[in-house]
Write a protein that binds this ligand. Structure first.
Ligand code: P6P
Length: 319
């Protein structure tokens, strides 16, 4: 589906045409995300020059100081998603509660997003990203956000790095688009992305080793014996993007400090699990598939292990 260099909008429309029942609503939803993230990309690129680094001084629901780029990204996502009229409700990492846009009253979808994940890396110029997860509106209440991840209609991320890439899936393969800033178009650069069955890299914050369960310590020690290399950027979108392309394992497990891990289910673990599974990999809490977890609150955390199927299988044998 889609030939190299095809622009994102044409790709979205060609996908829409494959489904006779499609109304174009999801296409409009995806193009709203595209527009918002192009603007975020331009601000991220200018961050170091436009002197918008530094703390905005506020604290978000995660208890973290909010950087100005965070605020701008959150506002940009809300504005474009609300204006699209396709979303009945929005949930953001930056907001305590879901919001129900006036224009989205007839919206068929709901969306949970992390507007700028990894924002603690902004002032050291490390890759950061936007993550989104789209579900169907069911009851028209906040309960709609508590659908299992396998029911996602679409999920994806935009990684702001040496180039800006949008990677997403509607459940029919995973495709990556690279932004050509000269023309302002996302062009298909990574059609039908698939993880290798096994990788050679593990990606985990080893400073938490003392707090891990014994089985995980045994597993990570075994990877070192096998000659795996360690790669950890501390920015989930960048670490997952590398894992999607190169294979291996990315993990943010529970430990003695973080009993449920650190990453959020709705707008970090679940959308990334959707992508990884639709690219042939696996994603688990260590006890159950991420996509089968029944969410209970907007900002709940889960332990996360994702990556190449053979690597995740080996890990499960140790846990
Ligand atoms: P740690 C970034 O703050 C983030 O939310 C994810 O992007 C990243 O994977 C994780 O936290 C890094 O956490 O504890 O290793 O710094």
């Amino acid at each position: 589906m889609g030939q190299l260099g095809m622009d994102l909008n044409r790709f979205i429309l060609e996908e829409e045409r494959r489904y006779s029942y499609a109304t174009g609503s999801l296409s409009l939803a995806l193009t709203a995300i595209e527009s918002a993230t192009k603007i975020i990309a331009s601000h991220v690129r200018m961050a170091g020059l436009a002197n918008i680094l530094g703390k905005a001084g506020k604290v978000n629901v995660q208890g973290e100081e909010v950087q100005k780029l965070d605020e701008m990204s959150n506002n940009m996502m809300i504005r474009h998603l609300a204006d699209s009229g396709q979303f009945y409700a929005l949930a953001s990492e930056e907001l305590d509660d879901a919001i129900f846009p006036e224009k989205g009253r007839d919206g068929k979808y709901i969306i949970a997003f992390d507007p700028l994940d990894g924002s603690s890396n902004i002032d050291v110029n490390v890759n950061i990203g936007t993550i989104f997860s789209i579900h169907k509106k069911v009851s028209g209440t906040v309960e709609d956000f508590f659908q299992e991840g396998y029911k996602q209609v679409a999920a994806g991320y935009i990684v702001y790095g040496s180039s800006t890439m949008m990677v997403y899936s509607t459940g029919n393969g995973v495709n990556g688009f690279t932004l050509d800033p000269a023309v302002g178009l996302f062009l298909l650069s990574h059609p039908n992305m698939r993880l290798p069955e096994r990788g050679k890299t593990y990606s985990i914050n080893e400073s938490n080793y003392p707090g891990w369960e014994d089985g995980l310590r045994r597993y990570i020690d075994s990877l070192k014996q096998k000659g795996y290399t360690a790669r950890y950027i501390g920015s989930m979108v960048a670490d997952v993007h590398r894992t999607l392309i190169k294979g291996g394992v990315f993990a943010y497990p529970a430990d003695s400090k973080n009993k449920s891990g650190k990453l959020r289910l709705l707008y970090e673990a679940s959308p990334m699990a959707f992508l990884i599974e639709h690219a042939g990999g696996k994603a688990t809490t260590g006890k159950e598939d991420i996509l089968k977890v029944k969410p209970e609150s907007l900002h709940q955390r889960v332990p996360l292990f994702l990556g190449s199927s053979a690597d995740i299988e080996d890990l499960m044998g140790c846990l």
